[in-house]
Design a protein around this ligand. Structure first.
Ligand code: B9F
Length: 129
């Protein structure tokens, strides 16, 4: 059973890209997120990502969570939570659920401020391999 390494370049089924830099000893990590899909009129730009991975212990694949601040779009934020899996062929898959929180102008609008969904990421191979 192989270990799961979060660092590197990943792509999801919506063609978004994320690059996670080295995961620290305590599980914290940072990276960049480039979304292909957006409801904004501005072109997609790189947004900062911050997260934490559970220490890989015995029995099962580690879970993790990270946030992406859409600071180039607005003050919306997405929180992702998921788990990393490696199949017998070595293929790595990150399954996640996300909550996208949009900033609304008043408490009365709070009911419509959150979207929910699922994203599955696989490792994007670089030309170098
Ligand atoms: O479209 C979002 C946005 C934030 C403020 C104006 C536009 C930013 C991109 C979100 C990308 C989501 C999907 N991409 C992906 O890879 S995050 C979850 C999905 N997974 C209008 C106001 C708030 C949202 C839309 Fe906006």
């Amino acid at each position: 059973e192989r270990k799961c390494h979060l660092s590197g370049l990943w792509r999801n089924e919506q063609d978004s890209l994320m690059e996670i830099s080295a995961v620290r000893d305590d599980g914290d990590f940072q990276g960049k997120y480039l979304t292909r899909v957006t409801l904004a009129s501005v072109c997609a730009r790189v947004s900062p990502l911050k997260g934490a991975q559970q220490q890989p212990g015995e029995g099962g694949w580690p879970t993790f969570a990270f946030t992406v601040r859409w600071d180039k779009f607005s003050n919306a934020t997405t929180a992702f939570a998921g788990q990393c899996f490696v199949d017998t062929g070595g293929k790595e898959t990150l399954t996640t659920m996300w909550l996208l929180r949009e900033a609304v102008g008043s408490l009365e609008e709070d009911w419509k401020a959150t979207r929910v969904g699922r994203n599955v990421f696989t490792r994007k191979r670089t030309p170098k391999g």
